[in-house]
Write a protein that binds this ligand. Structure first.
Ligand code: FCB
Length: 458
């Protein structure tokens, strides 16, 4: 038993969801269709033919869910606003019933001592904008800004923590390269990198508008998913592949936001594949660099990289590390979640130290971290997962990383995108027949941690 691992005063202990994954009620109160409605209703796209039509019915059960969240002793709830509820067509006018819904939810949270952490874009784009090219179309950036302004105006007096864009890398990777998420394109590298740029630009523009919206005392950031990278061996080719892939996943998003530049090595690689990146216009990087107040980090796992000369589009591969020596002191295989994701808590510490050293020690919030485990109620592996990741987080704080909060993914089992309802991430079990919620052992454990503001033993 080490010393008690206490977190800083005022630390935010949160649980996270996103609109399309939990809300359901897709045709209620004037909500417009989104690209995810279209995609999930396209036969063959989602495992088991699942859709977000009902999901957890969080849209209707918001009051009961606010009580549920409060019962976990947390003081933060990260959720996203569904753009098509506020702006059903993507071109205005705003839908007052959508605004009222989130207003009520925000008030219910505040009454219970829970700070809302609001994500503006967690992947559900109004379908009408998708029809006009979606994020490939530069005009979508300004449409996003108009929607963001409505949100600042409606909720800015009460919401102190904002996030612009969730996981831009995943939007491009799965939506344009692998064809696994909406809008479902495959092998479209130009589409991918165009969308990355427009998402970053939308982020920067939304931050600019935030500064003029008079939201005193509120903070805004974005929430990329970051993965620390390690070479599979000391072979220089693997080491180079590791650096390159780090450019693809991490630096491509952090460099423009913190330094106002795209990483040269990765820019060259894109240009070799798709030609000049003509969609990057003068002044864009200035906009993207608009200072933010904190960095959200979604952390799930590391990436162990091997060179794969000749592979398209990128000459590298992620390998499942079995008995590989990884720089940073790691040797041997690792356990995985039920979804096959390696469980590597210590890599979170590495990641946080690296962000501190390379990007000027910004305040950080872990905006997502969690795992798929199927056990309905006695999810001992999730308890262990939480314990180990929080120890790693505490370690980073001890080493001087300014961490302001941690949001566990997810509050409850929900619609896990391509994987449908089969893969469960929740601290709370959801019976998808009855929609009954039952707190799992992990939820009870997390509630003890939040109450103690410290990592307690399971
Ligand atoms: C992240 C997403 C989130 C959830 C988790 C498991 O990539 O941001 O919506 O699906 O993964």
């Amino acid at each position: 038993m080490g010393a008690v691992k206490t977190f800083p005063d005022g630390f935010l202990w949160g649980v996270a969801t996103s609109a399309y994954q939990v809300e359901g009620a897709v045709d209620v109160d004037g909500r417009g269709p989104s690209n995810w409605d279209t995609y999930s209703h396209t036969p063959g796209k989602i495992d088991n033919g699942d859709t977000g039509d009902v999901a957890c019915d969080h849209y209707r059960r918001w009051r009961q869910d606010a009580d549920l969240i409060a019962s976990l002793n947390v003081n933060a709830y990260r959720f996203s606003i569904a753009w098509p509820r506020i702006d059903p067509t993507g071109r205005g006018p705003a839908e007052p019933r959508g605004i009222d819904h989130y207003s009520r939810l925000i008030d219910a949270l505040l009454e219970r001592g829970i700070d809302p952490v609001v994500t503006l874009y967690h992947w559900d784009l109004p379908q009408e904008l998708e029809d006009e090219g979606g994020w490939r179309n530069r005009d979508t950036v300004e449409r996003f800004v108009e929607y963001a302004k409505v949100c600042y105006e409606a909720f800015g007096d009460r919401v102190k923590w904002w996030l612009t864009i969730n996981e831009p890398w995943i939007v491009g990777l799965l939506g344009y390269l692998h064809g696994l998420h909406a809008p479902g394109y495959k092998g479209d590298v130009l589409g991918e990198v165009t969308v990355f740029h427009h998402l970053l630009l939308a982020h920067g523009r939304a931050v600019q508008e935030f500064r003029t919206a008079g939201t005193a005392g509120s903070r805004i950031g974005f929430a990329p998913n970051l993965s620390p990278h390690y070479p599979a061996s000391d072979d220089p080719a693997d080491v180079e592949a590791t650096h390159a892939s780090d450019g693809y996943v991490n630096r491509w998003f952090l460099d423009p936001v913190y330094k106002g530049t795209y990483p040269e090595d990765m820019r060259r690689r894109y240009e070799e594949l798709v030609g000049p990146l003509a969609f990057i216009r003068d002044g864009d990087l200035e906009t993207i660099r608009e200072p933010i107040d904190y960095l959200g980090i979604n952390y799930y796992s590391f990436r162990v990289m091997q060179a794969a000369p000749g592979d398209r589009p990128w000459p590298w591969r992620v390998i499942v590390p079995e008995n590989v020596a990884v720089t940073g002191g790691f040797t041997g295989g690792v356990a995985s979640t039920e979804a096959g994701t390696p469980i590597v808590p210590w890599a979170l510490t590495d990641l946080l130290l690296r962000v501190r050293d390379d990007y000027g020690a910004p305040p950080v919030m872990i905006t997502e971290n969690g795992a798929v485990f199927p056990e309905p109620l006695h999810d001992e592996r999730r308890v262990r997962f939480i314990h180990d990741h929080l120890v790693a987080l505490h370690d980073a704080i001890q080493q001087g990383v300014p961490v302001v909060g941690y949001c566990h993914w997810s509050l409850m089992d929900n619609f896990e995108w391509k994987l449908g309802y089969a893969q469960r991430f929740g601290l709370v079990h959801v019976d998808f027949e009855t929609l009954e919620r039952t707190v799992k052992d992990s939820g009870r454990y997390y509630a003890r941690i939040a109450a103690a503001n410290a990592v307690v033993e399971p």
